[in-house]
Every structure is written in structure tokens, then in C-alpha cells.
Design a protein around this ligand. Structure first.
Ligand code: KIV
Ligand code: NA
Length: 275
């Protein structure tokens, strides 16, 4: 596989080739995803998906680095994007550059951060340091307290126009792509058409340059409520649990392990240890 790079993604936008992105949080999920997708995101969704938090706000740089390092060790062909967690890009340009640069030193190809026009300055600062930035607009989960829950955004004229303005500000600031999350399909289509950079939708309708879904949602590994924009291709949770149960039953009834699944002493030695 030739590596997916930012110029390649830009070319695909011109060709109308759709981009596929999913999340990975460790070496196993990365190895499953990499031959299939174009972009792997080590998302701060690791907080709710893997670490048991209710939202992404408690996710720290230390947690992100730990998961990014595991994914990066698999050397994916996909573009590897690391998500800037809450408070990692808010305090100062210096701290933001250190955090984002640390992601690149750990093997990320780019970083992603949430927010619109108010992030322009920090996006420029990162791009000035040769750190590629993916923007993220709409239902931005780190804004859960401001939004009053996980609610579709851009549904009135003011918010819709602000989102389009935010998208153009981020493009102007140097973002190479934008995630559009939880917005009306018409608004995502409008943004995609008017921008030169690719858009990657999640709950943003079909007319984006590509789509992203959380790995565990596609594979049915999440037990909690799934929003309507998720399509699950296998109910992985009950499937894997059923397989594990069969092994547990075999242990309990003595059917596992068999002699074929066991090691033997060399000829003669079994007598020696019998005494
Ligand atoms: O953290 C995440 O998984 C994300 C994607 C859903 C875009 O930000
Ligand atoms: Na995220």
C-alpha cells in the first residue's frame, strides 16, 4: 500500500473520490482498520469508547499519547491523525505547539482540533510549525456543556451561516481537511461545494468528500445507544461474547484443553517426575 498523504487527499477531492476514515485506539484496531480505510484517527472518543468516561472531557494528553503510540507502532499506510484533547490547545500557542508537535514525534501525520473562527490563530501557529491540522465543526463533543447535550448543530439560519463562515476561516487558516459532525445534510453539502479542502462527514449526510465513523460503532462493539447516523455492519459485542462463552463452557466441562492443545515431556521423563 502506498501511504496516504495530505496532497493525495487534496487530489482525491478534485477527482471526487470519497475518503474513508475510522478511529483506532490500539494496535489491534489499527491493524484491522488500516488495509480498509484511508485515514485512521486516534480520536479522543477513546474516552467514552475504551476508557469508560461519559464524554471526552476527561481525556488527557498522556492518555492520547499512550493510545497514539500503540497505533503508530503498527506503521499504518493510512494517514494517521491524532485528536487534540480538551485543554490541550486552549492555554497558549506554546503549549499547543508542544502538544501537537509531540503527536508528530510519536508518529502522527497530522492533528485534529475542534472549533471554528476562534481557533484560527492557533491553527495558523501550528501550520507555521509544519504541523498539519484537520478542523472539526458542528456537533463538537468537547462543547457538550455549551450545547446542553449531543445535539444536531446549524439548524437555524444564524448557526448555519456561522458554520459556513467557520469552515472558510479554518480553510483560510491552513486546515487541510474538516470533519463536519451532526449538521443538516444540506449545510454539509453547501460547505463541501464551496470549500477547496475535503470535508469528512459524520451525521452530516452523503454530500461530503468522505465519511468517518467510530470503529466500535461500525462493528457493533458499543453497548450504549447509537445515534441514527451510525450504521452497524456486525453486532460484534454479542458475537464475541457468545464465542467467549463457548470457551468458558469448554473449560468448565473439561473439553478444553485437549492433548493436542497441551505440551508433553520427552519419552521417559514422565516416569522420572512421577516419583
Ligand atoms: O474522537 C472521534 O472519534 C472523532 C470522530 C468521530 C470525528 O472526533
Ligand atoms: Na474527537
Amino acid at each position: 500500500f502506498a501511504r496516504v498523504t495530505i496532497p493525495v487527499l487534496q487530489r482525491w477531492k478534485g477527482e471526487g473520490r470519497r475518503v474513508v476514515m475510522t478511529t483506532a485506539y490500539d494496535a489491534v484496531t489499527a491493524r484491522i482498520a488500516d488495509p480498509v480505510v484511508d485515514i485512521i484517527l486516534v480520536g479522543d472518543s477513546v474516552g467514552n469508547v475504551c476508557l469508560g468516561f461519559d464524554n471526552t472531557l476527561p481525556v488527557s494528553m498522556a492518555m492520547m499519547n499512550h493510545h497514539l503510540e500503540a497505533v503508530a507502532r503498527t506503521k499504518p499506510h493510512a494517514l494517521l491523525v491524532a485528536d487534540m484533547p480538551f485543554l490541550s490547545f486552549h492555554l497558549s500557542p506554546e503549549e499547543t505547539i508542544r502538544n501537537a508537535g509531540g503527536f508528530l514525534q510519536r508518529g502522527a501525520d497530522a492533528v485534529k482540533l475542534e472549533g471554528g473562527a476562534k481557533r484560527v490563530e492557533i491553527v495558523r501557529a501550528l501550520v507555521d510549525c509544519e504541523i498539519p491540522v484537520m478542523g472539526h465543526l458542528g456537533l463538537t463533543p468537547q462543547s457538550v456543556n455549551v450545547m446542553g447535550g449531543f445535539k444536531v448543530q446549524g439548524r437555524n439560519a444564524d448557526n448555519a451561516l456561522r458554520l459556513l463562515d467557520d469552515a472558510h476561516c479554518l480553510q483560510e487558516a491552513g486546515c487541510f481537511a474538516l470533519v463536519l459532525e451532526g449538521i443538516p445534510a444540506e449545510l454539509a453539502a453547501r460547505a463541501t461545494k464551496s470549500l477547496t479542502i475535503p470535508t469528512i462527514g459524520i451525521g452530516a449526510g452523503p454530500n461530503c468528500s468522505g465519511q468517518v465513523l467510530v470503529f466500535h460503532d461500525v462493528l457493533g462493539l458499543t453497548e450504549s445507544h447509537r445515534p441514527k447516523f451510525v450504521r452497524t455492519y456486525v453486532e460484534g459485542f454479542p458475537l464475541l461474547q457468545e464465542a467467549l462463552s463457548r470457551w468458558a463452557a469448554d473449560v468448565r466441562n473439561g473439553a478444553f484443553p485437549t492433548p493436542q492443545e497441551s505440551y508433553r515431556l520427552p519419552e521417559g521423563l514422565s516416569d522420572a517426575i512421577a516419583n
